[in-house]
Design a protein around this ligand. Sequence first.
Ligand SMILES: [Zn+2]
Length: 161
Amino acid sequence: MSAENNKEACNKAANQSINWSELYKKAQQVSERAYAPYSHFKVGAALLSEQGQVFTGCNVENASYGLTVCAERNCIATAVAQGTTQVSALVVYTAQQQLTSPCGACRQVIAEFMSPDAMVSLVNHLGDTQQWRVADLLPAAFTPQNLKNSTDNSSVNNSNS
Ligand SMILES: [Zn+2]
């Protein structure tokens, strides 16, 4: 993606109106569907696509603990399955006094589909919120740009720009 295209994409995202309260509500609702029989730590995520669609996801645990998938990644995977690869905003909801921020694995996946200036908002049942820029959640992220900058990019055909 050229600098000019990148600027355009940022402007587009900045001009898109984000209905945070709708995203909070959707994230709260889907958190009730979380499959968390082991941790009892229910998480809901909701995102707004660049096309203006809202997608949701919850955490899904497994008796083989390591196979657990977080709400954020399930939410993004659901969006991708519906044709979205540009996410404008993401909300993470937990009914926890302390706001829950995305784990390291989720931060990497978020960086794949959100611009560095896009916002991730944490919210809880008390209505407390905290917003993070993607670039602040994962500084110096490894992104598709790194692969494009490779001296041998003949094997990279997955271009989004
Ligand atoms: Zn995670």
